[in-house]
Design a protein around this ligand. Structure first.
Ligand SMILES: [Zn+2]
Length: 238
């Protein structure tokens, strides 16, 4: 087994030790047309949400109903990905994070060359369970991108879609021999590390403006998020 992360801290522990990461970054203003602004004295996030559009109105509620419809393949993927609860999610159509005091900004389109579709759980604030679809260009966020933790997770999932080295499918493929499992685990941890490094590199210029401490961010990433993965791998191999 490859050497895994040393210790895992629970979500409750991160919440206690780094509460700043889980608080809204600024004041939220809801505007017309699904537009939302989150602003503090240093930076501003502008978002636009839309209802998810499907090719038909009456959507199947489960796998059984899905068999009986002629739904587009992409609609089927999205329904499965959202556990047949598309009404619980928005589609994120626009995202801009900008510092007020310098020219640092991130616009979603900039990082969205493959037209990844991002679905956000309405009023979501769960810091686990977000994911990037292993094959399709879909991302599901269980926390609205208005806290440091949620933004880190959002860019982590985008990082998975940007990872040029590792096919997500590889990590789960061919897990028969001890060697396969070890290789799969290593790939899984590698792709997690890549996605966290990507996320951190994108958000680093904005952390001071969000009053986020880099040490706390590192604890969240290394001791909670990556640690959870290590535990998952450990448990799966027992
Ligand atoms: Zn990940």
């Amino acid at each position: 087994m490859p050497k895994l992360e040393k210790k895992t801290i629970s979500k409750e522990e991160v919440l206690k030790s780094a509460p700043q990461l889980f608080k809204p970054i600024g004041t939220e203003t809801i505007r017309s047309g699904g537009r939302v602004e989150i602003e503090n004295e240093n930076l501003k996030i502008s978002l636009r949400y839309e209802d998810i559009k499907f090719s038909v109105d009456n959507l199947p509620k489960n796998e059984e109903e899905m068999i009986q419809t002629n739904l587009h393949l992409s609609d089927r993927h999205i329904l499965r990905f959202l556990n047949f609860k598309p009404d619980d999610f928005y589609e994120l159509r626009y995202f801009l994070l900008e510092n007020k005091n310098d020219c640092n900004q991130i616009e979603l389109e900039e990082y969205d060359t493959r037209q990844t579709r991002i679905f956000v759980l309405k009023d979501g604030c769960d810091f686990d369970g977000s994911s990037a679809h292993s094959l399709e260009d879909y991302i599901r966020l269980n926390a609205e991108p208005k806290t440091v933790a949620a933004l880190l997770i959002a860019f982590h999932e985008i990082g998975h879609k940007k990872d040029p080295n590792i096919s997500m499918w590889d990590a789960f493929a061919n897990r028969e021999s001890e060697e396969d499992i070890e290789r799969g685990n290593k790939k899984m941890l590698d792709r997690e590390r890549y996605a966290w490094a990507y996320s951190l590199s994108k958000l680093k210029p904005f952390l001071p403006g969000m009053n986020a401490d880099l040490e706390e961010v590192n604890a969240f990433i290394h001791e909670h998020c990556l640690g959870t993965y290590s535990d998952f791998i450990k448990n799966n191999n027992q």
